[in-house]
Design a protein around this ligand. Structure first.
Ligand SMILES: O=C(O)C(=O)[C@H](O)CO
Ligand SMILES: [Mg+2]
Length: 262
């Protein structure tokens, strides 16, 4: 049975961010994730969490200037200081919220960049983030993202991510398995999951193509969910999709796993 987490950066977007916590709780979610909450005081977000009883499953470390195309900083040699400042900021927010998982985005790189330098920068930053997070009891998650979705993204494959985790050699770094991004690679979402199941600590879901509700499109989310159950996956499944209409109207697929809903 999947433990669903509403992604508050993509769901309930007809409401201001801080009001989305209540909307998620009202339809029966018991956990939430979000992409970025750094424009708010940590105490403001904490108040919404405690007011609703929602569990914070995960959020992203600062990822640079999103409006101008940044999608993370970890593989960006010239942005090392900014990356490190962001790790501290993310940990402060996580501690305030009681969140124990942070997603570290890799960033967009250019075809002319030196592969070895990018890799060394990424591993060095991953180690830095992992060691800093370990002092706060936090896990660092890394997620391969398809280049169809984010052109030039550094971290594209699960095998690559597993190799980078091995190279970093820190024991609080794990994989985030986003079914939407994996679907660009092929229809089979089960064998890649099983291959890396022992490292996967967070899953995300969206329909493919279109990134709407899981039941909009051809993504075999039921087979993937069955595989998670069979492997006794104990983490959350983040609903990181853009609703085709009003969020509440598209939750039929999730109804069996939403508690106390209207
Ligand atoms: O793009 C994705 O799938 C992600 O999970 C990133 O964190 C963007 O927030
Ligand atoms: Mg994702």
């Amino acid at each position: 049975m999947p433990r669903l987490a509403a992604n508050l950066s993509t769901l309930f977007t007809d409401a201001p961010f801080l009001d989305r916590f209540e909307r998620a709780a009202k339809v029966g979610f018991t956990a939430v994730e979000f992409q970025f909450g750094y424009v708010f005081e940590p105490a403001e977000i904490a108040a919404r969490l405690s007011g609703t009883g929602l569990t914070p499953a995960l959020f992203n470390m600062p990822a640079g200037d999103w409006e101008h195309g940044d999608r993370g900083l970890a593989a960006r040699p010239a942005r090392r200081e900014e990356f490190r400042t962001g790790v501290g900021q993310a940990i402060d927010l996580a501690l305030e919220l009681g969140c124990t998982r942070l997603h570290m985005l890799a960033g967009v790189v250019s075809p002319g960049d030196d592969e070895e330098t990018l890799r060394a920068t990424y591993v060095d930053n991953l180690r830095y983030a992992a060691q800093f997070c370990a002092t706060a009891g936090i896990q660092v998650l890394i997620e391969p993202i398809s280049r169809e979705s984010v052109p030039g993204y550094f971290l594209t494959g699960l095998d690559m991510a597993a190799d980078l985790i091995d190279e970093a050699g820190e024991d609080n770094v794990f994989l985030q398995y986003d079914l939407y991004h994996r679907r660009f690679v092929g229809e089979d979402l089960v064998s890649p999951y099983l291959k890396h199941a022992d490292r996967i600590r967070h899953v995300q879901v969206a329909g493919w193509p279109g990134r709407h509700e899981p039941d909009v499109g051809v993504l075999d989310w039921q087979a993937a969910f069955a595989a998670l159950d069979a492997a006794n996956y104990a983490g959350f499944v983040g609903c990181e999709y853009w609703p085709a209409g009003k969020t509440e109207d598209g939750l039929g697929w999730a109804r069996p796993w939403l508690g106390g809903s209207e």
